[in-house]
Design a protein around this ligand. Structure first.
Ligand SMILES: [Zn+2]
Length: 174
């Protein structure tokens, strides 16, 4: 708050008092509060935060004052987020987390499944045909889960098929 007031060319004393620019003031009646509590004039009742102070002092909008202060004090500006944008960002983050957790688990099962298929082909055991049929798919899916988990997760058919693999692996030797 003090920096914003000084930026406007006013000089608060050590108690944080200065002449109020918002009414004809002969005795300092504008108080600058520490710890981000803003300013208040005991005579005319003007009060607010650093942005509203600069906006009113320079007769510009709050947005313009915010941009000016940000530039003056090298504060990075973030575009304001609407409620909808915030909800959208949260949903995306949640979805990404969900996808990552799913892809990790699916990747583990696909790796086990690939190993079982390789064994089946090598040993020519009762799963030989399944091995021939699914090995290429299993390897392709492992690669996709690693490289494009979001894309795989959006493919409901792939998700469904990978889901059956978990059960397939668990029942392999039964
Ligand atoms: Zn005043």
């Amino acid at each position: 708050m003090r920096q914003a007031v000084e930026y406007c060319g006013l000089k608060p004393d050590r108690r944080g008092l200065c002449l109020c620019p918002f009414h004809p003031d002969r005795h300092p009646s504008l108080k600058i509060y520490p710890d981000g509590k803003g300013f208040y004039c005991f005579t005319c009742g003007a009060g607010g935060d650093p942005i509203t102070f600069v906006a009113r002092y320079r007769e510009i909008s709050n947005a313009a004052a915010a941009r000016e202060l940000a530039a003056a004090f090298s504060i990075p500006l973030q575009a304001p987020m609407s409620y909808r944008e915030k909800r959208e960002a949260e949903r995306t983050a949640r979805r990404r987390k969900e996808t990552a957790a799913w892809a990790k688990r699916a990747g583990i099962y696909m790796k086990v499944y690939r190993g079982l298929l390789c064994d089946a082909i090598r040993e020519r055991n009762e799963h030989f045909e399944e091995g021939l049929k699914n090995l290429t798919w299993a390897e392709y899916m492992m690669e996709q889960l690693e490289e494009n988990p979001e894309q795989v997760y959006e493919d409901r058919k792939a998700v469904k098929k990978i889901g059956t693999i978990e059960e397939r692996v668990n029942h392999w030797y039964l």
